[in-house]
Design a protein around this ligand. Sequence first.
Ligand SMILES: [Zn+2]
Length: 123
Amino acid sequence: MAKEINHWCVVCGKGYHACDTCDEIKSFTPWRALTDTPEHYKLFLVLKQFNNKLIDKDEAKAMLANIDLTGRESFKESAKNVLDEIFKDELVARKTSKKKPVKTEDVEVEVESTKSEESDTEE
Ligand SMILES: [Zn+2]
């Protein structure tokens, strides 16, 4: 019995089968109408709230910490973009803090070598 694919997850884009009528009758939270898994529905809600500025990046991150982001690379562009947006500051901060000590070292080394071999390093 092949189930007809009539829905596509708003998060990962995966096709799945869901019966809208059944969901309506049972009056369940209609996550089946939007996503293939409850986990993706949770993720979708975080992204939606963040998009609508109901939560800020820190709140979104805290909520995402409890959500399985497996397969994030293959999520739909729209979902990936919001995730990237939420984690952007963190990535930038990491890169900057990594670069800084390296730069300081370079400067120190340069200064030292200029002191000892002035004529050699002047170019
Ligand atoms: Zn999904």
